[in-house]
Every structure is written in structure tokens, then in C-alpha cells.
Design a protein around this ligand. Structure first.
Ligand code: CUA
Length: 359
């Protein structure tokens, strides 16, 4: 091979490799890695990308050189000389891909096994998915529940995920991992957050009408702040002290004081009602289920007293379906998961805001 050919090939390879490198590096393809697992996964991605760029540069250079150098003359219609077996070449193009694919497989296997390895003090969090919300609970802390995934930084966390209805999938782009949540199975996901902040958490399996609204957040906090949060939640989750002494004549629970309406609003927010319903008192604009600003007229159509109608619609959503909406979209489990105090507060809040909306 002449010296000039080698220089030309090298030059072409550098150009092709440079262009491919720019395409790989300049646009921000990957989100920031916010967990140890994400960093390892990103390493695998870059490992493969570098191999691809080198191969692309070689192939593109040889092809461009051949097109320029061995171009036929305009009036030449002859076939080129036939090429038969070349053992050296065949061994080369078999061995190189074999080595590369094996290297990728080994690196990936190491990353997978390291990513699944839990630490001694792994924090367990249970995830419940249902149309169309996630609920996270912390079994180490009296089953504190939260609609947002709160995580301590630099601690190994294992999610145990269950679905109440159809297949969902949990994905936080900055953690670079995605795991399906399948009815009848408990699927697991291991995360070690390394970066403080709030990251989007979304369902990535088409699971019904409200799929696009099935979104939450993952919040990574300093361990001390996380423990403080857990303590506060534990206190709040404790059953509230009885408000009326047994000796008192007792006040009716239907009165709507400002504090009960605040309690109702927090139940509304904590249960993700706003994902599906519109309610101006809560700033909610969901479109999946009936518009809760219109509850007064819905109750009239259903020919039921307002409070009883709302109570029934939460506890047994299929009992009455507002025309234009479908059965089995609202989970009946909401009513069961609420305490009586929470349910009463929610009903009172909805009655109050619906009447206020009416005028
Ligand atoms: Cu749940 Cu999509």
C-alpha cells in the first residue's frame, strides 16, 4: 500500500470520526445521572458509543476512499476482477466483532449485577400503582404514605412495586432505570440517589385514559432532612385524638369549619384526585373524571342529596355514573384507603366548594 493511500484513509477516518463524535457529544442526549446506578448505565452507553464511532470512522473512510479512488471511467461497462476467499480478511472480520460484542456483554453484566446489589442498610419502600396514581409507603415508619417518592441521598433504596389493576411502569429519567409494575407480581427496583433535587417520575406504560396524567416526583433529600420528614409524617399519620369528649353532648360532624375544609383539601391533594378531576377550590384541572365544580347539578340529575351523593361516589364509584363518563375508571379503593375522619373531611370539603361554586 502506498504511503499516500494510508494518509488519505487516515484523513477520511479522522473526518468521519470527528463528525460522529460531535453528533454524540454536542447535543445533550442523556439527562444528568442522579443515582449511582444511572452513572454506571451511562458508562455502558458511552462504552458502546465509542466503539461505534471507531467502527463508523473506519468503514466510512474505506468506503469514501474506494468511491473516489476506484471509480470506473464513464465509458467502462466491464465487470471488475472477481474476488475469491481471503482467509486473513475473514478471520479479521470475525474476530474483531466477536471481541467487541463479548466486551460489551461483560461490561453490561457487571453493571447489571452491581446495580442490583443492595447495601446492608437498604431502605425499603413499597410502591402501589393504580389508575392513575402512585402511592409510596415506608414500612419502616409505620407505613407512612406519600404521593411523592421521597428519598435520602447516598442510601441504597429498594422499591417493591405492586399494581392494583393493569400494567404500569415506573420511570425517573435521571435514575435511567425503568421497571414495569404488573398485577399479581412484586417487581423490584434498586436506586442509590446521589444528587439532591426534584425529578419527574412518570408512568411509561399506556394504562388507560389517565395514563398521561399518571405523574409524580422523586425528591432526593439530605438523610437528616429525610429522617425529619419521615418523623413528621409518622406523627401526622397517627390516629387523631378524639375531638369530642365522651361526656360532651357532641357536635354534628357535618359543620364545615375552615379547619375541616383544609383537612379535606389535604386529603384531596394527598390522594391524587387532581390527576383526574377539575376542582377550582383545589386549583385542580384534571379532565378524566367528572368536573367537581358541577357536583350540585350532578347530584340533582342523580336525584340524591349532595353530601350523600358525594360520599357514595367516593366509596362506590360505579353506583352512579355521570352521563358522558365510563364505569371502572375511578378506583373503588380510594374510599377503602381513607379513614372515616379523612372521608368525612373530604366529603365536607367537596360539599362546601361545590356550594360555593353554585353561588
Ligand atoms: Cu399507569 Cu400509564
Amino acid at each position: 500500500m502506498r504511503r499516500g493511500s494510508v494518509v488519505a484513509l487516515l484523513g477520511l477516518a479522522l473526518i468521519a470520526g470527528g463528525v460522529a463524535t460531535a453528533v454524540a457529544v454536542v447535543p445533550t442526549w442523556l439527562p444528568v445521572a442522579a443515582s449511582r446506578e444511572a452513572s454506571r448505565i451511562h458508562f455502558v452507553i458511552w462504552f458502546v458509543v465509542v466503539i461505534c464511532i471507531v467502527i463508523f470512522a473506519i468503514v466510512a473512510a474505506v468506503m469514501a476512499y474506494a468511491i473516489m479512488k476506484f471509480r470506473v471511467k464513464e465509458d467502462d461497462f466491464e465487470d471488475g476482477p472477481p474476488v475469491h476467499g481471503h482467509t486473513g480478511l475473514e478471520i479479521t472480520w470475525t474476530v474483531i466483532p466477536f471481541v467487541l460484542v463479548t466486551a460489551i456483554a461483560i461490561v453490561s453484566a457487571i453493571v447489571l449485577s452491581r446495580n442490583d446489589a443492595q447495601a446492608q442498610d437498604t431502605l425499603r419502600i413499597n410502591v402501589q400503582a393504580q389508575q392513575f396514581e402512585f402511592t409510596f409507603s415506608y414500612p419502616d415508619a409505620k407505613n407512612v404514605t406519600s404521593p411523592v417518592l421521597m428519598l435520602p441521598k447516598d442510601r441504597s433504596v429498594e422499591l417493591y412495586m405492586r399494581s392494583l389493576d393493569v400494567i404500569h411502569s415506573l420511570f425517573v429519567p435521571q435514575f435511567s432505570q425503568k421497571e414495569d409494575i404488573v398485577p399479581g407480581l412484586v417487581t423490584q427496583l434498586h436506586i442509590t440517589p446521589t444528587r439532591l433535587g426534584t425529578f419527574p417520575l412518570e408512568c411509561t406504560e399506556l394504562c388507560g385514559l389517565g395514563h398521561s396524567l399518571m405523574r409524580s416526583q422523586a425528591v432526593v433529600m439530605e438523610p437528616a432532612a429525610f429522617n425529619a420528614w419521615l418523623k413528621t409524617q409518622e406523627k401526622n399519620a397517627a390516629p387523631p385524638p378524639p375531638t369530642t369528649a365522651p361526656s360532651s353532648t357532641g357536635t354534628t360532624s357535618t359543620s364545615t369549619t375552615p379547619s375541616s375544609s383544609a383537612a379535606g383539601l389535604s386529603v384531596f391533594n394527598a390522594n391524587g384526585c387532581s390527576s383526574c378531576h377539575t376542582l377550582s377550590a383545589a386549583g385542580a384541572t384534571g379532565q378524566v373524571g367528572p368536573d367537581l365544580d358541577k357536583l350540585v347539578s350532578y347530584a340533582q340529575v342523580a336525584k340524591q342529596p349532595l353530601a350523600a351523593f358525594i360520599h357514595q361516589s367516593i366509596v362506590d364509584p360505579n353506583a352512579y355514573i355521570q352521563p358522558g363518563y365510563q364505569k371502572n375508571i375511578m378506583p373503588g379503593t380510594f374510599g377503602q384507603s381513607l379513614t372515616k375522619t379523612q372521608l368525612d373531611a373530604l366529603v365536607a370539603f367537596l360539599v362546601q366548594s361545590a356550594q360555593a361554586k353554585k353561588g
